[in-house]
Design a protein around this ligand. Structure first.
Ligand SMILES: CC(C)(COP(=O)(O)OP(=O)(O)OC[C@H]1O[C@@H](n2cnc3c(N)ncnc32)[C@H](O)[C@@H]1OP(=O)(O)O)[C@@H](O)C(=O)NCCC(=O)NCCS
Length: 192
């Protein structure tokens, strides 16, 4: 046997709950970690990723997020998933509007991807959204992992493609964004 062996176990219990302002730092760390894989998938170089997620920017992001959560209205729904050590391992953020629901983000740490946690987070958020309107989201066109995930949940592409300079990196490179839509769920009881 080697000097040491490593054995990985997963925590038994994950709790899903609404985020509060003091969760901002933990959410920012989660978003940073899981976004690195996302940008790699979308073709950014290691240097571009390192620059985008330098420690100052992470701190700045956490402060901004804390302010946003503090100013949340009833329309903002941000659920987090925490492991037994209270580490934030996933989150889903959505906006409930009169005319549509908008999924802003779903992030899950790589070690919890493919476990069903992403689905559960989405469905818990979805239950809190407006049931009478469509749900839309934007995703990077090259983020095949996320597109497969949203397809599996019933979303499909609307055909609308855009660029947004808020999502550019230090070289000015922008990623194409694909819009996806989840139509209204069919109502089974035919009430008028
Ligand atoms: C996008 C994201 C939330 C999707 O979550 P995910 O867990 O990776 O995706 P899935 O739920 O589709 O799971 C991946 C695979 O595990 C399978 N799976 C899901 N739940 C499972 C379960 N309970 N048991 C076994 N397999 C499961 C899925 O069927 C899928 O299999 P496939 O690849 O053969 O289709 C996640 O990848 C992520 O955080 N990525 C980085 C951030 C990001 O890109 N966010 C989106 C921004 S718009």
């Amino acid at each position: 046997m080697e000097d040491k062996i490593y054995f990985e176990t997963k925590p038994k219990k994950i709790e899903i709950l609404r985020a509060i302002p003091n969760d901002a730092q933990g959410i920012q760390l989660l978003v940073t970690e899981s976004s690195k894989g996302m940008y790699k998938l979308c073709g950014w170089s290691a240097e571009e990723i390192a620059d985008h997620f330098n420690p100052n920017k992470i701190e700045e992001g956490a402060t901004k997020l804390k302010k946003s959560i503090t100013a949340f209205t009833e329309a903002d729904i941000l659920l987090i998933a925490r492991d037994e050590d209270r580490r934030i391992v996933g989150c889903c953020f959505a906006e409930k509007n009169k005319d549509n629901n908008r999924i802003e983000a779903v992030y899950v740490l790589s070690e919890f991807q493919g476990t069903g946690l992403s689905d559960r987070l989405f469905y818990e958020v979805y239950k809190l959204l407006n049931p009478d309107v469509i749900t839309i989201l934007d995703v990077f066109s090259l983020n095949s992992k996320a597109i497969n995930f949203y397809n599996r949940l019933g979303f499909s592409e609307t055909g609308k493609k855009t660029f947004d300079e808020r999502y550019s990196n230090s070289t000015g490179k922008m990623l194409e964004i694909t819009e996806m839509i989840l139509p209204l769920q069919k109502k089974h009881n035919n009430t008028k």
